[in-house]
Write a new protein. Structure first.
Length: 148
């Protein structure tokens, strides 16, 4: 139901929820993919620390996951699965790399890992929404069911 103030339609935030979630999904996936690109190709400021060699565990594999899964999240294709993988990757990074140094993220430098972990978990829970490429590739009946 549209509200009107001074002859200007006003939308409630709930009516724009899908659009804001799409922006959140897009920005989070893009930032994550940028980390993968930086680590793998030495661009965008390069890797944080020494660049991993081809196939090196866990650095090279983490960068590949960041790039591939981040792009999938940006596009909204296989979003839930990609977001769960991203979230798990960041949980692993937090508990293996950061948490042994100190308990809290502010103390151990794990803020980005914690934020990405919880952010991707949110995306996995809410799904890609109708502004995703997968919504455009599915049947109109499935899209109509998702909207209801």
């Amino acid at each position: 139901m549209d509200r009107v103030r001074n002859n200007v339609p006003m939308d409630t935030p709930l009516e724009r929820q899908g659009l804001f979630l799409a922006f959140y999904r897009f920005v989070t996936g893009l930032l994550f993919a940028c980390h993968g690109v930086a680590t793998l190709f030495g661009v965008l400021g390069g890797p944080q620390g020494p660049a991993p060699s081809l196939g090196e565990w866990p650095g090279w594999w983490a960068a590949v996951i960041q790039l591939v899964a981040g792009v999938l999240v940006v596009l909204g294709v296989a979003t839930r699965a990609a977001a769960v993988i991203c979230s798990g990757t960041m949980a692993y990074a937090y508990f293996v790399v950061h948490q042994p140094q100190a308990l809290f993220p502010i103390e151990n430098g794990g803020e980005k890992a914690a934020l990405f972990c919880w952010g991707f978990l949110l995306i996995a829970a809410f799904g890609p929404g109708r502004w995703a490429l997968s919504a455009r590739l599915t049947s109109p009946r499935a899209v109509a069911h998702e909207r209801s």
